[in-house]
Design a protein around this ligand. Structure first.
Ligand SMILES: [Fe+2]
Length: 153
């Protein structure tokens, strides 16, 4: 390996600490919340559901339940830096890397993913059981992309 390619996971732009937390910090928040029983905040049901877990002027954290077959089509996060932690189950993510190439990866229970402000991805639960994940955005989203984005279900 002679070259290092920037990926969506290791690109950090000069974040302004006054208004925006780093992807690394968001990842720590996401994983900490994910291991703190926040899935209990999500209302019962059979559709894709979510609940606000934490919010501040700098970031907000949501817990999302993804029933089997549910997902979100390709979307960005309105310029927010983000992180995601899988509490239970596995999600398939397709994302656009820095070169515009679409890659696929599986996010499993306990995985944390940091996403720079230009990250674009599609997330879907292709398994048979419901998946729970925590998502943290900084700055907080104007529109909740996981509500507004066209969903698979
Ligand atoms: Fe997203």
């Amino acid at each position: 390996m002679t070259e290092t390619h920037a990926t969506s996971e290791n690109v950090h732009h000069g974040d302004d600490p006054a208004t925006e937390a780093s992807a690394t910090l968001l990842g720590l928040i996401a994983s900490g919340l994910g291991q703190s029983g926040v899935e209990g905040l999500v209302p019962a049901g059979t559709t894709r559901r979510w609940a606000l877990a934490l919010e501040s002027d700098i970031y907000e954290a949501w817990v999302i339940a993804w029933p089997a077959g549910s997902g979100l089509e390709m979307h960005d996060h309105e310029g927010s830096t983000a992180a995601m932690y899988v509490v239970r189950g596995s999600l398939r993510e397709r994302y656009v890397d820095a070169d515009g190439v679409v890659s696929v990866r599986w996010l499993h229970e306990g995985d944390v993913v940091e996403m720079h402000r230009d990250h674009r991805h599609e997330v879907i639960n292709l398994g048979l059981d419901e998946v729970v994940s925590v998502h943290v955005y900084s700055p907080p989203l104007e529109d909740q992309t996981f509500r507004e984005t066209k969903a698979f279900r």
